[in-house]
Every structure is written in structure tokens, then in C-alpha cells.
Design a protein around this ligand. Structure first.
Ligand code: MG
Length: 247
């Protein structure tokens, strides 16, 4: 039985190698063309507008896509096309849950600088309520590097500090790949993140070690799709033009 299998394996490999070799003599451009599937048409946004297949999470006017993480509606302020953290109102999260996404988000720290280090323009965007990309006024503001703007909080230092001055709008474009768990909580695929800050690549497909933690080491816990959340860290950080594309 085993011999028969080995003979079959040998013949299969030999045939493949031989035919591959002979094919190599006859390559034409058409042989490596693939016409299916045809990628879906997505109309890109003009200027700040989202692409045609995006889920708009904040359009400058309504907090209808958001709720408080405690209970009830999101109690942040909305004015002049932006929403702003109201100190003490708590974190807010999307009503929808997401898996892997492309996120676009614009944020602004207060023009009038108050506080220093982690106390200056601190907020954050959490994917699946667990994995934070730090939002901080990191313009001429020293703090621990793995906690500055664009860090994967306490896991990855950004590749560059692409911060604009306080009071200026800044953008994040983030690719978030959700984790996959197997039996007994085994991590089959960890989280990966790529972050572009104001057009500058600052996190390049980094592999997360688990949920981001303020204290202690990161670990994974089994979970499914979950909301995006934004942090109330006590500073009046503003947001606008938030959208995702599900991947
Ligand atoms: Mg934060």
C-alpha cells in the first residue's frame, strides 16, 4: 500500500515537473492573465468625502451611529461639523459591530495647549473595544514613545512622529485585521494593524500581542465582532469624517 502511494507520488511530481518544463517553452502573455473575478467598482470620494461603499459613522451632524459604553446615547458635543469629547461623559462606541475594517478618521486636539505628556489632548480609537491606536497631542510633547500619537498603545512605537500642531485636523487611515480564534481560545490568527497618519506610514502590518493594556502585559481573550470605540480621557478632542469599509 505504502509503495503504491510512493509510486503514485513520484509519478505525479515527475509529471508535473516535466509538463511544467515543457510548458515553459510555450509561455504566452495570455497564459498568466486572469479575467475573473472582476473587482467590484468603488467610486472614490472627492476631497474628504467617503468612497461609495463606506459605512459612514460620523458625517458631522449626527451621533446616531454611536452610544455610550455605559448606557444610553452618546453624550458628546456636536458643533461645526465635529464631535467633541465631553469630559466625564465616558467612552462612546458604535452601535454596529465590526470584524476586519479599513477605517478613516479625522481628529483634532485643542488649540489651547493644556497639560503635558499623556495629559495633553489624549483620546484613542479602539478596534473591537480592545485594541487601541493612541490619539494624543504629540507635537513637541514628550511622553513614553509607545504611548505617543500613532502608537499601538504600549505595544508598538510609531515609525515616525507625523503630528500636526495642536488645533489642526489630522487623519488616521487604519487597516485592522480581526483575530481568529480556534478551540480552547487558541489564537489562529492574531490582530494585524497598519496605520497611516497624515499620509505617513507609521505602523506597518504589526502583529498585536493581545488587547492593549494600561497596566501589565497584553493577552488575547476570545471574542467575536465588536464595536469601534473612542476614548474620553478627559480632554476635549474632536472628531469628524469617520467611515469604515468592511473587509
Ligand atoms: Mg488614549
Amino acid at each position: 500500500m505504502k509503495n503504491k502511494y510512493l509510486r503514485w507520488l513520484f509519478l505525479t511530481v515527475a509529471t508535473a515537473a516535466f509538463s511544467g518544463n515543457s510548458l515553459a517553452q510555450e509561455w504566452t502573455p495570455e497564459l498568466t492573465e486572469r479575467w475573473e473575478p472582476v473587482p467590484e467598482i468603488v467610486t472614490p470620494g472627492v476631497g474628504p468625502r467617503p468612497p461609495s461603499d463606506a459605512i459612514v459613522l460620523f458625517d458631522g451632524a449626527s451621533l446616531s451611529e454611536w452610544e455610550s459604553v455605559r448606557e444610553g446615547p452618546a453624550a458628546w458635543g456636536v458643533e461645526d461639523g465635529a464631535m467633541t469629547v465631553v469630559r466625564g461623559a465616558g467612552d462612546i462606541r458604535t452601535r454596529r459591530s465590526f470584524g476586519s475594517v479599513q477605517l478613516h478618521l479625522e481628529w483634532r486636539t485643542p488649540a489651547a495647549v493644556q497639560g503635558e505628556g499623556q495629559g495633553r489632548g489624549n483620546s484613542g480609537v479602539f478596534f473591537q473595544e480592545r485594541y487601541e491606536v493612541q490619539i494624543l497631542d504629540s507635537y513637541e510633547n514628550t511622553t513614553y514613545s509607545n504611548g505617543q500619537a500613532g502608537s499601538i498603545y504600549k505595544q508598538y512605537i510609531p515609525l515616525a512622529n507625523a503630528s500636526r500642531p495642536p488645533g489642526a485636523w489630522q487623519s488616521y487611515d487604519i487597516l485592522f485585521t480581526a483575530p481568529v480564534f480556534g478551540e480552547k481560545g487558541k489564537v489562529i490568527r492574531p490582530v494585524f494593524m497598519t496605520v497611516i497618519h497624515n499620509g505617513v506610514l507609521i505602523q506597518n502590518h504589526v502583529e498585536l500581542k493581545g488587547r492593549t493594556e494600561y497596566i501589565g502585559l497584553s493577552e488575547y481573550e476570545v471574542h467575536g465582532d465588536a464595536p469601534l470605540s473612542l476614548q474620553d480621557h478627559g480632554n476635549p478632542v474632536s472628531y469628524r469624517n469617520i467611515w469604515v469599509r468592511e473587509l
